[in-house]
Design a protein around this ligand. Structure first.
Ligand code: PEP
Ligand code: MN
Length: 431
């Protein structure tokens, strides 16, 4: 059986040339970092840390600019501060960044009027413009994806290691008008953190650890050509690591047990995730654990549930119970985005912020009632002031879509909505 969701470029000379070039390029991440992340995720599985994964549905080559990368990193750092303060535990910061370029599609083609062309599969495969040239599958794009990932990661490392992420600058990360309730609440929290920091400084505490933040890169391991070509043997251990990102996940559409994606990720040592939608059974989850984490290695496996606000309270408990009863420890993460997609009256793919919040509430309720650990949050968000998801305390309305809707695939929370969500999650964790 052919792997699902792959481009139609196999067999061309250019394809072979690109794969051999990718195979010689340096790794984007190092196995040692990947191992540290796994130990952090093991803590999240035990309830001693919380995972925050955020970023675009689909990164694009043209949006990989310093301003936009900085805005996204800053927003994730702000969300993490809110969560750390609320939960009083470490937050593992991870971007859907530096590699989130391949998208699964429900249809191979897109029709506009009487023109039918290949569907957009992400910048790593083809272009978004609706022309035959742009929509053709082009293997050379894998090299551009690698280079864009490298420059994105370089900037993330500079921001998070070079002083920008210093906790003493929590105030300066704030942007926007204080009339916005989320910004106002953040400003108050930043003030509290400042006072605590000054108090500790006066007591002579050492703040070296506050200067830098660990920040990890994650994406869906969808495009197997790219992932295989970037898989390297770690010289320390002789084991294979997918060096395209620290954390890779399998999407809802490609998670069948005997499929190529599960097979590939079962063979690499990275910590990995699997998206679980509302049709997942407890037995499906157990089968995935046995295949992907047979050794029950702490931090190896994360289940990212994306049920929909209306379904989570019924669909999640049997899965969590089944896993709990086997004694396996996974990280349970909520993705409150992908089960809540709707089409607005004016024709845009959107999500209601209220549904996003409700799925998060449902996630906490289910784990609290079963005595299991709510271990993380996975969101599609941006640091920019876009209008793509409806609602929030400074509400986004449909009429804004024509001018402020930018995403090329799924709608993202904007900067203020992201912060507002972080406050709600912090409340859930503080209980
Ligand atoms: C995504 O994360 O953008 C995605 C396609 O999710 P899922 O596999 O859960 O549908
Ligand atoms: Mn998406």
């Amino acid at each position: 059986m052919n792997p699902k969701q792959q481009p139609s470029w196999a067999g061309t000379p250019e394809h072979a040339r690109v794969l051999s070039e990718l195979g010689t390029l340096p790794p984007l991440v190092f196995a040692g970092e990947v191992d540290v992340l796994k130990s952090r995720l093991a803590a999240a599985a035990r309830g001693e840390a919380f995972l925050l994964q955020g970023g675009d549905c689909a990164e694009t080559f043209s949006a990989a600019t310093a301003d936009r990368i900085q805005a996204r990193v800053k927003t994730i750092l702000q969300m993490a501060v809110v969560l750390t303060y609320g939960a009083q535990m470490p937050v593992i910061k991870m971007g859907r960044m530096a590699g989130q370029f391949a998208k699964p599609r429900s249809s191979d083609v897109e029709t506009r009027g009487d023109v039918t062309l290949p569907a957009f599969r992400g910048d790593i495969v083809n272009g978004y413009d609706f022309t035959p040239e742009s929509r053709a599958h082009n293997p050379q794009r894998m090299i551009t994806a690698y280079n864009t990932s490298a420059s994105t990661l370089n900037l993330i490392r500079a921001f998070t290691q070079g002083g920008f992420a210093d906790l003493r600058s929590v105030h300066s990360w704030n942007q926007g008008f204080m009339a916005n309730p989320a910004y106002h609440e953040y400003e108050q929290l930043a003030g509290e953190i400042d006072r605590a920091v000054h108090f500790m400084e006066a007591c002579g505490a050492d703040f070296e650890a506050l200067k830098r933040a660990e920040f990890y890169a994650a994406h869906e391991a969808l495009l197997l050509d790219y992932e295989r070509a970037l898989t390297r043997t770690d010289s320390r251990t002789g084991l294979p690591y997918d060096t395209s990102g620290h954390f890779l996940w399998i999407g809802e559409r490609t998670r069948e047990l005997d499929g190529a994606h599960v097979d590939f990720l079962s063979k690499v040592k990275n910590p990995i995730g699997v998206k679980l939608g509302p049709t997942t059974t407890g037995q499906d989850a157990i089968d995935l654990i046995n295949k992907l984490d047979p050794e029950r290695e702490p931090g190896r496996l994360t289940f990212i549930t994306r049920m929909g606000a209306g379904k989570i309270r019924e669909a999640l408990p049997p899965i969590v119970q089944a896993v709990r009863d086997t004694g396996a420890q996974v990280v349970w993460v909520t993705d409150p985005m992908h089960g809540n997609t709707i089409t607005s009256k004016n024709g845009y793919k959107t999500r209601r912020f209220e549904d996003v919040l409700d799925e998060v509430r449902g996630f906490f309720e289910v784990h609290r009632s079963l005595g299991t650990v709510p271990g993380g949050l996975h969101v599609e968000m941006t640091g920019d002031d876009v209008a793509e998801c409806l609602g929030g305390s400074d509400p986004v309305v449909e009429e804004q879509f024509d001018s402020l809707y930018e995403t090329v695939v799924d709608p993202r929370l904007n900067h203020a909505q992201s912060l507002e969500l972080a406050f709600l999650v912090a409340e859930g964790l503080a209980r």
